[in-house]
Design a protein around this ligand. Sequence first.
Ligand SMILES: Nc1ncnc2c1ncn2[C@@H]1O[C@H](COP(=O)(O)OP(=O)(O)OP(=O)(O)O)[C@@H](O)[C@H]1O
Ligand SMILES: [Mg+2]
Length: 511
Amino acid sequence: MSEALAVDPGPRDDLRGPEPFLTLAGIEVEFPGVKALRGVDLFVERGSVHGLMGENGAGKSTLLKVLSGVNLPKAGTITVAGKQLTFRGASDALEAGIAIIYQELHLVPGLSAAENLMLGHLPRRGGLVDRKALRIRAEAVLRDLGEDIDPSTPVGRLSIGQRQMVEIGKALLRNAQIIAFDEPTSSLSSREVENLKRIVRRLRDEGRAIVYVTHRMAEVFELCDAVTVFRDGACVARHPDIADVTPDQLVTEMVGRAIEDVYGYRPRKTGDVLVEVENIAGPGIREPISFSLRKGEILGFFGLVGAGRTELMRLICGTERATGGKITLQGKVLKMGSPRRAISAGIAMCPEDRKREGIFPIASVDDNINISVRRRYAKFGIVNFAREKLNAAKAIRDLDIRTRNGSTPIRNLSGGNQQKAILGRWLSEDIELFVLDEPTRGIDVGARAQIYEILYGLAEKGVGVIVVSSDLSEVSSISDRVIVMADGCVTANFSRDEITPERLLSQALPR
Ligand SMILES: Nc1ncnc2c1ncn2[C@@H]1O[C@H](COP(=O)(O)OP(=O)(O)OP(=O)(O)O)[C@@H](O)[C@H]1O
Ligand SMILES: [Mg+2]
C-alpha cells in the first residue's frame, strides 16, 4: 500500500470532538432565476457516513459542488476541523482534503487508469513521467480497492463501476479526509454495489467523513449513520442517528406529504397481440429470443446488469442491427436495423444512458422534449413554434419537470429532472410500443409514482409498454408479465400470478 493511503484508523469515539468535523452553515447558492440553496446547514462527523436525501432538484448535487469549490456560494461558511475555509475554486477544496465522486464521472477517457489516478501529480524522473513507478503505485491502489483493473487500460474501456473505483483511488491517493458520493450506485451491477458498500464502510472506519447522496431508501438504512433531508433548497430534517427514523418518515419529509404505496400492482385489461418477436438474434444475445406483447400490457424485463436486456431493446428499436429473426408490429413485418423506421412504425425508446443517447445538453428543455415531434408539427419544413411551446408546456406540467422555464438549457436541470424531460419527449407522440430502459434511475420517490401513473395511462390507451429494470420491487409490482434474462438468454417468462421477487432473482443469477 502506498504511504499516502495509510491513515491511522483510531477508535471511532476518539474522533468525535465537541464540534462536527465538517460544518457547512447557511449556504446559499443562486443560479440565474433559481435559488438552488437557501441557507442550508450540514454537520458531518468523522468516522461516519452522512446520508443526504431529497427530491429531484432539491439541491443535493449543488451542495456537493459547494463542498468541492465548483459552486461558489453567495453566503455561508465551510468549517473543517475547526478551521473556517474560503474556496476560490476547485483546487482549494482539493487542498483541504475534500474529494467528490460525482453523479457523472469526470475522468479523461483517452488516458489510462493509472494516468487518471495520478493526474496532477504523476511520478517523474529526470523531467519525464516515471512509467514504472506510475504502474506500481496505480496497481497498489486499485488492488487495495478490490478491483482487478489493469492500470494501463484506457478509462474509456472500463465499466462504470471500475471508473468509479479509479475516482475513489484518486481521492485515496490524495488522502482525502472528506469524501462525498453523488448517487454512486445508480449505474452499478449488483456485484459492484456490494464492493462499493464495502469500501464506503472501510473509508468510514478509517475515520474519514463521508457524505452519501442516494435515492435508494434501503441503502440509507444499510450504510448511513446519520441523515439530512433537503427540500427545495432547504434542510427540512436532520437525523443525527439513523436509528431514530423510519423509511416512511423520510419519504414524507422528502416529498412533503405521505406517499401511498408506490409499489402496488394495478390489474388492467389487455387487448390483441401487438408485437411478435421471433427468434431475434444479434450482438449480446446468445440464444435467439422470441416473445409477444399485447396491447395495453406492461411487460417487465428483469436481469442483472450485463444480462443482454439493453442489447435486446436496441435490436427492437433498430439502434443495433439484428443478425436474424423477425418483428411483427400490428400484423406488419417491421424492417429492422433503422431507428427512423422503428419510430415511424410507432416504437419509442427511452434509453438507459441519458448522457450518451438521450439528451442534447446545450439545447433547451423545450427542444429536448420536441425533438421527436418536430417533423410532425412542421409544415413545408417550417417549425411550428407555437405548437411546440404548448407541447413542451404540457410535458413539463404532466411530469412535474422542475425547470425555471422551457428555454433553460437542459444541462442546468438536476439529474432526475433531465430524465423526466426525456420521458416527456415521447408522451406527445402517437406511439404503439414504448420501450423504457431503467426509466426511474436517479428519480425520487414522488416522481417515480408519477411516472408509473403515466405508464398505466398509456397502457389503458392500448399502448404496449416494455420496462427494462434492475429494480426488483419496481419490475415485480408494475408488470403484467416479466421476462427474466441472464447471460444473453431468456431464462424465464412469468405471468402475473407467478411473479415473486425471489423467483425473479433466482432466474436472473448467472448459472
Ligand atoms: N448550472 C446550473 N444552472 C442553473 N440552474 C442549476 C444549475 N445547476 C443546478 N441548477 C438548479 O439547481 C437546483 C438544484 O439542482 P441539483 O442538481 O442540486 O438537484 P439534486 O438534488 O441533485 O437533484 P437530483 O436528485 O435530480 O440529482 C435545480 O433547480 C437545478 O435546476
Ligand atoms: Mg443530483
